[in-house]
Design a protein around this ligand. Structure first.
Ligand SMILES: *[C@@H]1O[C@H](CO)[C@@H](O)[C@H](O)[C@H]1NC(C)=O
Ligand SMILES: *[C@@H]1O[C@H](CO)[C@@H](O)[C@H](O)[C@H]1NC(C)=O
Ligand SMILES: *[C@@H]1O[C@H](CO)[C@@H](O)[C@H](O)[C@H]1NC(C)=O
Ligand SMILES: *[C@@H]1O[C@H](CO)[C@@H](O)[C@H](O)[C@H]1NC(C)=O
Ligand SMILES: *[C@@H]1O[C@H](CO)[C@@H](O)[C@H](O)[C@H]1NC(C)=O
Length: 493
């Protein structure tokens, strides 16, 4: 094991020398700054409504998979680039047998008690795939970018999802989409392992559908679809991740994100130990996110496209989370760039606004200050349902769609975000406006309102997940979103 790791490191160093791939430069929080490393690390995870597995899809194994490889050379001593390219090959670290592992099947390191539990098994499989993909680095090793797919169907008669982390009885359908028994199924997953082709192009993909038994090869009419294709030219530029997400009548609420998650501990929305790309966890206010986003197709009026979504976890008393779902609270903030997304926060709907806004010069503006509060900058604020000292009026967040209670601060493009490099007007960053963003995420997130019990020391705002992608939030017709992401980095300021 140790020997193999050593060999891999040697191979990578050889590539650095021969091909001139730039290694880690300035201060970055991610393992692969700018997505420029030829040896890619990417993984896949699918979640049901409450961020668990529930039931595996037949023949698909547990919904965790990975594509991790190093670019190796058969001829280590040639220095001419084209000669090196000719003798290069991808040395894969994850086999298709690993990717197909499903509940009941043992693998190295599998914790006792997890083998027959689909939820625990998936979380353990992620750790196992992480061990295969791990790259040694300072100050910490890292594992992979994470493609996250989630189905928003909830069968309320199943009693499967807890309410604010507490086991809850089944209730009558109507509140959430569900076509009937089995609506919370895991998807079909097809994997094209990354290949190196002539001209030094590396390309691979994950795709599939939630519609079990359907054939995506004969057209996508009426069925759901997701796809992420990654492509890069050897020793030049960034990986480009091309995403596609399609809803259907049976699956009207779908989410597809590319995530940089914590490499250990919990990540946003996930109450299990995780693997990821953030070798240092960024803490507000001193970090920036750089990313190139090209939205090709928006996904309709319900597509809540997140230019950036940050996720973390702390308790209502400001203490860090410890895995106790009854008191841990997931905190999310996201900038929604679909210009069709309205501000639900308004002078006549104060309950959808945070209690106050903080300006870049740290002035607090209360939401009842109708002359000054930037209502148009907030799509929706909702508080954790189990918070005890909420300022009324207030909207509380959906208590079922996370393993624990959650809080959401959803932003819209607005001139007040200009100081942070965020979109300032509707349409910024949207279809036809591809850009490389340099967002002062740390600065902005340090001034957002998040609930805390009165008199408790402020939580450290350490962000465990940084995601991009879309949540098509219950579409009434089949919608398609398409976008590419590249150049992603998190740097300290
Ligand atoms: C897991 O399930 C299999 C098949 O149902 C059974 O044979 C095995 O004993 C179970 N293992 C554990 C640890 O429960
Ligand atoms: C899905 O990916 C497979 C390769 O794994 C590819 O052959 C197929 O064309 C893709 N399907 C669609 C509809 O893009
Ligand atoms: C690298 O990529 C850029 C555009 O992405 C292109 O203009 C340039 O020619 C490429 N360089 C090489 C050496 O292939
Ligand atoms: C802070 O900013 C607000 C609006 O952005 C402005 O009205 C106010 O004068 C500023 N206060 C200080 C002390 O600079
Ligand atoms: C506005 O809200 C703040 C904070 O809740 C409160 O102290 C203040 O009295 C309110 N002002 C008015 C005019 O209602």
């Amino acid at each position: 094991m140790a020997m193999e790791t050593h060999l891999r490191v040697v191979f990578f160093l050889v590539n650095v020398v021969v091909l001139g791939v730039s290694g880690a430069g300035g201060e970055t929080a991610v393992g692969d700054p700018g997505m420029r490393r030829d040896g890619l690390r990417v993984a896949f995870e699918a979640w049901n409504f409450c961020n668990e597995v529930g039931q595996e899809a037949p023949g698909m194994g547990s919904p965790r998979a990975a594509d991790c490889f190093d670019l190796s050379s058969k001829n280590k001593h040639r220095r001419r680039k084209h000669a090196v390219l000719k003798s290069s090959f991808l040395k894969h670290q994850v086999s298709e047998a690993d990717n197909k592992l499903g509940v009941g099947q043992p693998f190295p390191g599998l914790a006792p008690g997890a083998i027959n539990n689909t939820d625990l098994y998936a979380m353990q499989k992620e750790l196992y795939l992480g061990s295969l993909c791990q790259v040694e680095d300072t100050p910490n090793p890292w594992q992979f970018w994470m493609v996250m797919l989630k189905n928003g169907n909830y069968d309320t008669t199943s009693g499967l999802c807890p309410r604010n982390g507490k086991k809850a009885p089944p209730f009558s359908p109507g509140r959430f989409p569900c076509f009937g028994k089995g609506c919370m199924n895991q998807p079909m997953l097809y994997h094209q392992q990354t290949k190196l082709s002539d001209g030094g192009i590396m390309r691979g993909s994950f795709n599939g559908t939630y519609d079990l038994g359907s054939d995506i090869g004969s057209g996508l009419d009426g069925i759901s679809f997701y796809e992420v294709v990654w492509e890069k030219t050897v020793s030049n530029g960034s990986w480009v991740f091309s995403h596609k997400l399609k809803t259907s009548k049976k699956y009207p609420w779908l989410m597809l994100y590319l995530r940089a998650d914590a490499t250990t501990g919990f990540s946003g929305g996930y109450h299990y130990d995780t693997r990821g790309m953030l070798k240092i966890l960024p803490e507000s206010p001193n970090f920036k996110v750089k990313v190139t986003l090209d939205v090709k197709q928006g996904g309709g009026p319900k597509s809540q496209f997140y230019l950036i979504d940050i996720g973390s976890c702390w308790k209502n008393n400001g203490a860090p989370c410890d895995g106790d779902v009854l008191t841990d609270i997931t905190r999310y903030s996201e900038m929604i760039i679909n210009p069709e997304t309205p501000a639900w926060c308004s002078p006549t709907n104060l309950g959808n606004c945070p209690p106050y806004h903080v300006t870049p010069n740290n002035t607090k503006i209360y939401r009842n200050d109708t002359a000054n509060f930037p209502y148009g900058a907030y799509h929706y604020y909702c508080a954790p349902e189990n918070a005890q000292f909420l300022e009324k009026p207030v909207s509380t967040c959906d208590p079922y769609s996370n393993p624990q209670a959650q809080e959401l601060v959803q932003l819209l493009p607005h001139p007040i975000w200009a100081d942070y490099g965020y979109p300032t007007k509707q349409g910024d960053g949207w279809v036809g406006d591809a850009r490389t963003w340099e967002l002062d995420v740390g600065g902005l997130a340090s001034r957002l309102y998040f609930y805390q019990d009165p008199g408790t020391p402020p939580a450290r705002r350490i962000w465990r997940s940084i995601d991009m992608g879309t949540e098509i939030f219950v579409s009434d017709k089949d919608e398609v979103a398409e976008w590419t992401i590249s150049d992603f980095d998190v740097t300290f300021t």
